[in-house]
Ligand binder design. Structure first.
Ligand code: AMP
Ligand code: MG
Length: 346
């Protein structure tokens, strides 16, 4: 007997198949559009490194590679403490008439640093290694010697200063020449260089947006979903661990802050901080509590935040302007200066 053709059943099956297909399509589409969040905190290059990124449909978390980039940068290039780094090799060559061959990356970094030294009349100086070691700034950061800190004697400071001075450092034919006793300290630009590497890694791949923090420096990665500027919090220099407000920053900008509150020790009621004036050898006292710089280049923003901290506020504003960067200064008196608006949130 010929099976009876059930028209209704066929229609039900077809409709079910179509509904199923539509359902699968919606699920797949939603998966593609789902926002993935990547949040990571790590200790990199002697500081807190924080990733807060999101992406549409991207599943691969970039955090681990970003941490690796920082660790590699410290180990192979920037650290003056690790023998494996290029800076350590450069410092070991001080006094060698043959000098030391530079990698193209290091040559570019040092050349840019020397330009900023010249532009800031030596307020920013990467050859202060002898002085920063004498003050044992890294020791305070680790808390090693905070308890029994005694400021160095004037004679020791003068001796250390005799081994400093960017004008005595020469770069010629891709080689660096330094006098004996001189030592390079890239502590003022390390985080900015790191953020530049993070930007190169992130901007070449899938679309990610968010912020990355490395110590006192921030990278705004990509554009905010609604096209607004990013709000970047500014630490209150007068109140431990609190924000004083925020500034508004566009995509792919580096924001660096240098402040006397970041690293300091106290001795007989006096505070000694980590930004040293190459003119005196003592912590800078120019009336600034913190200086924030915004620039496309992390190296520039980091170098300038240190350099401008060393200058009085008018000179700092004009240096930032000359170098094409934005600036926001909070003075010791609590005044706000510069062309970037600080939006108070208290
Ligand atoms: P930052 O916190 O970016 O302002 O960098 C401060 C660090 O840079 C210090 O811990 C020192 O290692 C180094 N430093 C201190 N004073 C100077 C200076 N005048 N120029 C360049 N580097 C400096
Ligand atoms: Mg800096």
């Amino acid at each position: 007997m010929k099976p009876k053709f059930d028209r209704n059943r066929l229609i039900v099956s077809l409709v079910s198949a179509i509904v199923l297909l539509i359902f699968m399509f919606i699920v797949i589409k939603n998966r593609q559009n789902a926002t993935a969040s990547f949040n990571e905190t790590a200790f990199v290059m002697g500081t807190v490194f924080q990733v807060n990124l999101s992406s549409q449909g991207k599943t691969e978390d970039p955090s681990a590679e970003l941490v690796n980039i920082g660790n590699r940068l410290e180990r192979d290039t920037l650290s003056w403490r690790l023998d494996s780094s290029e800076v350590a090799a450069i410092n070991a060559s001080a006094g060698d008439p043959q000098g030391h061959e530079l990698s193209p990356e290091m040559e570019a970094v040092l050349t840019e640093c020397l330009r900023i030294s010249a532009e800031s009349d030596g307020a920013f100086d990467i050859t202060l290694g002898a002085l920063t070691k004498l003050w044992d700034i890294d020791g305070w950061a680790n808390g090693d010697n905070k308890g029994d800190f005694v400021p160095p004697a004037k004679s020791e400071i003068d001796e250390a200063l005799s081994n400093c001075g960017y004008e005595k450092l020469q770069i010629k034919d891709h080689r660096i020449y330094m006098p004996e006793g001189m030592s390079v300290d890239l502590g003022a630009v390390g985080k900015g260089i790191y953020l530049d590497s993070c930007r190169d890694y992130l901007s070449s791949g899938d679309e990610l947006r968010g912020v990355i923090l490395a110590g006192g420096s921030v990278l705004t990665a990509g554009e905010k979903e609604n096209g607004d500027d990013w709000n970047v919090g500014i630490t209150d220099p007068f109140s431990d661990g609190e924000l004083i407000g925020y500034i508004q920053v566009g995509p792919w900008q580096s924001v660096s802050t240098s402040g006397s509150y970041e690293r300091f020790v106290e001795y007989e009621g006096e505070r000694y901080h980590h930004i040293l004036d190459p003119a005196t050898g003592y912590p800078a006292k120019k009336g600034n509590a913190s200086v924030t710089i915004v620039a496309k280049s992390g190296l520039l923003s980091d170098a300038l935040s240190t350099a401008c901290f060393m200058l009085d506020s008018d000179a700092a504003v004009s240096l930032a302007k000359r170098m094409g960067a934005g600036i926001c200064i909070i003075t010791d008196d609590g005044l706000v200066k510069g062309d970037i608006e600080l939006i108070h949130q208290k």
